[in-house]
Design a protein around this ligand. Sequence first.
Ligand code: RAM
Length: 517
Amino acid sequence: MKTKTFREKAQACLPALKHWCMSPVGTVEPVEDPAAWQGVSMRPAGEKRSYGNGERVFFDFGEHAVGHVELELALDGVDFDSPLFLRFLAAELPYEFSYRREEWTTWLSQAWMQEDFVKYDTLPAKIRLPRLYAFRYLMVEVVATPNPIRFRKVRLRAESSAGRRLPPPPQGLPPLESQIWEAGVRTLRNCMQTVFEDGPKRDRRLWLGDLRLEALVNAVTYRNPRVVERSLYVLAAAMEKDGIFPSCAYEGEMLGRHGAHAYEYPFLLPKILVEHIGFYQRRQVARDLYQTALLQFKRVEKDFDRDGLLHVPPPQWSVIDQNRTMDKTVATHCAYIYGLEAMAQLSDLLGKPDAPSLRKRAAWLRKTARAHWLQEDGFFATDRETGRGDRTVASQVWAILAEVVTGEEAADLLKRTLAEDSLVAPMSPYLQHFLLEACRLVGNEEALHQVLQRYWGAILKTGASTFYEVFKMDDPFYSPYKQAWVNSACHAWSCTPVFFLAHNARETPRGTPHPLP
Ligand code: RAM
């Protein structure tokens, strides 16, 4: 199928955005607070009638949302002999107010900070800030004004294709899990725009790995299959002649262009398609992308060595977790097997002839992984890992998900993984999701709830109303970008506890129609 056709299909399922208005719940101010996560908290502050040169006001909208800020500006007095000059800084978390432009040290663009300087030549005025912000707190600083300025009717015109309403948690969830549910569905809502965005503060980009997880939660909450299909077609529309399925793509004016490529993301494509059929019994997108999905496995066959082990050729990289230093060899090899298995299921579902050869290859790759990487102590690790002692949770989780170990052996590996503190721990909710998936696969619901409550419960304790891109319990300032100001605090790959908490999702679907409300 031609990219032009994918483009047309992407446009045909463009979802409508729904809008709603939010007003601040109060004015606050950031204060240094050693007891608070990242050392900054917001305390109530009185609202003044008007603000003069150098003064700031911080509006608290009560919860994280995405949209355009609108407000009315009026001067105290009549003199207006110069423009009004304002600085806006929208923040997801209090710590972002410690941002200092001159202290920027990361390679990521400073333009991602939600800071804008705007001048107004005529007042009073009704304004609408041109940029979309993702935030809970909004600071307005009066850089220069001819007279004190009044802020009236401060509003956020919020938007999402999911609408405002957060689906309620299933009855009977314990309070902590209900809170986790609420933050999870808010996270997805705020990332669910005309495609599944990764995080609305920064990239606002559609990534294939993030899309898979968002599609899972969408299926048990907002139930909008068109956003899934639109997202898949937007990615497909950006495919080049080599047939590599993009890991990341743009929309709008840039529809048809892709961004950076993550090595293992394309292996998730058949999984998304199988689950999509399972959730909605809609097959067209799977039919359209079947051959493309198959190609993702064939085209990397050259990257296997003579022992049948997959090595990512530099400078390519796999995501697996937001950790740039750990060895991801085992996890990537196993992600390939996981994808092959899904590809075989997709072949069966669509009545294609490829399943037997795909399963044969998966079985062989399980053997090679086991033979080379299952160490004497019962953990999976490459020589590099064992040599340096940096065994990872990621390797164990992916070995389980790829069914390199099964049954009792897998259940035991999971238990030992959770009990072993020396393994390199997940840095992001993305890998934590696969840990939950492994818990469910081996049937250990108790461990699943423990992980979920411990990790996502800890995020909530930081004051979160949405879940984060990265979260390391022992390091509040952890950032894969070396600067926590730019981390995203509403990142959809972190919303998947909702999927595991939904009563109707007790089993990850394997292509069978899934009973959902
Ligand atoms: C970052 C984002 C995104 C992720 C990629 C690999 O840009 O966190 O969610 O998928 O990395």
